[in-house]
Design a protein around this ligand. Sequence first.
Ligand SMILES: NC(=O)c1ccc[n+]([C@@H]2O[C@H](COP(=O)([O-])OP(=O)(O)OC[C@H]3O[C@@H](n4cnc5c(N)ncnc54)[C@H](O)[C@@H]3O)[C@@H](O)[C@H]2O)c1
Length: 434
Amino acid sequence: MNLCMIGTGYVGLVSGTCFADLGNKVICVDKDIKKINKLNSGFSTIYEPGLDELIKKNYNVGRLKFTTEIKKAVSQSELIFICVGTPNKKKSQEVDLSYVLKAVKEIAKCTKKKKIIITKSTVPVGTGDKIEKILKKLKKKNIDIISNPEFLREGEAVRDFRFPDRIVIGSNKKKYFKTLKKLYQPLINKGALFFTTSRRGAELIKYASNAFLATKITFINELANLCEKADINVQDISLGMGSDIRIGSRFLRAGPAYGGSCFPKDTKGLVSTGKKFNTELSIVKSVIKSNENRKILHINRIKKILGALKGKKIVFLGVTFKPNTDDMRDSVSLKMIPYFCNKGATITYYDPTGPKSSFSNLKNCKYIKDINLACKNADLIILHTEWDEFKSLEFNKIVKNKKFKIFDLRNLYNFSDMKNKKIKYFSVGRPDII
Ligand SMILES: NC(=O)c1ccc[n+]([C@@H]2O[C@H](COP(=O)([O-])OP(=O)(O)OC[C@H]3O[C@@H](n4cnc5c(N)ncnc54)[C@H](O)[C@@H]3O)[C@@H](O)[C@H]2O)c1
C-alpha cells in the first residue's frame, strides 16, 4: 500500500520505517528540514536499537522516502497517518491539539481525492469528531478519519511494532476495518490481536492503558516508601504480588518517578478529558500528584545522604528517562540536576546517548564521555537510568574518593554484594547500607 506519515519523530519514523519493511511504499513528512536532511543523508534522527539498519535497507530499495513537501506525499498515498506531537498545554493539563489540527488542514488543502486520515498520535476522546467537523467545514467529504493509537515503547520500538500485543482500530464506518486489516495482516499472521471498536473507544483505550501502567508504577513506588521505613525489601513485595497472574509482575518495579514523553502527559490528558465529560478521575489525579511528590522526595533523600550540597561532586549515570533511548522528555534528571547545581553542587554526567542540550546552560554541570573518568572523584553516584553498561561496575576500583556513596534509583545492584564490599549504598524500597 502507499502510505504517508505526517510527523517523523519517535512514532512516525519507527512506524513508517517498519511499514516500509513490510513491503509498503512509505513517505515520511516532517516540517523540520534539519531532520529530513539528516534522514536523507542516511542517519537516523533518534537513538533506537535496530532502527538505523532498517532505515538504510528500506531507503536504499526506494520503499522509504523523507520529505518536507506534504502535497506530493499526500497525493501519492491512500492512507495518511498523523504522528505529530500532542503535548499538554503550557498552563493547563489539557492536550494541545494544535499540531494535529494544523496537519489535518494541511492535508485537506493538498488533495481533492478520496483519502483516509488515521490518527496514530495519542489524542483525547472526541478528537476524531472534531477533525470530522473541520473536514466538513472545508467541504472535504471524501476524507475520512479513523483512529489507530500507537503502543510502541521507546527503546524497544522496532520490536514492539513488529510484535504488538494488539492493534487497535477505531472507526464508526466498518468498511475501514477491512482496509486496516489488510495493512496489518503480516503482524496479525504472527499472532497480534486485531481489535476493532468505535473511534472514541480507540482514543480512550490509549489513555486508559497509559494511565493504568502509570498507576501500577506509582503504587509500587509508594509501597517502596513504606518498605524503607518498615525495614522490608520492596523487591520481595513485587515478586510476591506480581506472581499472582491477576496482578502480573511488569511495571511493578520501584524506582524514580515515571517520566518520558507519554505517561506524564497522558495521565494529565485523561484527567482533563474526564473534566470535559464531567467525570471525576480521582485515581489518576492522585497518581499524578504522587509522582510529582516523588521527585521532591528523592531530592530530600539525597540532601540527607550528602548533608550539605555545596561543593559536593554528584555523578549521574544516565540522564534519559529510560535506557535505549535518547529521549529526555520529563526525565527525573531534568528536575534533579538544575536543583543540585543551584545549591552549589558540581554535576558530572555520563549517558550512552551523549550530552544533552537541557543541561548545556548550567554552570556547574558537565558531560564526560568516559564512565570511569566521570565517576573518579564522586562524592555521590546516582544510578539514574537502567542501561546495561551500569549493571556491573567495580565502584571500589573506579572511584578514587574512598568516602563515596551510591544512590541506586533502579535497584540495579545486589544488596548483600554492596554490603560485602562495604560500599555506602542507598536504594529504593530497601534498607540503607551506611
Ligand atoms: N514517543 C513514544 O514513545 C510514543 C508512543 C506511543 C504514542 N506516542 C504518541 O505519538 C505522537 C507523536 O509522538 P513522538 O514522540 O513521535 O513525537 P515527536 O515530537 O518525536 O515527533 C513529532 C514530529 O512531528 C513533526 N510535526 C509537527 N507538526 C507537523 C506538521 N504539520 N507536518 C509535518 N511534521 C510535523 C515535528 O517536527 C516532529 O518531528 C504523540 O501523540 C505521542 O503521545 C508516542
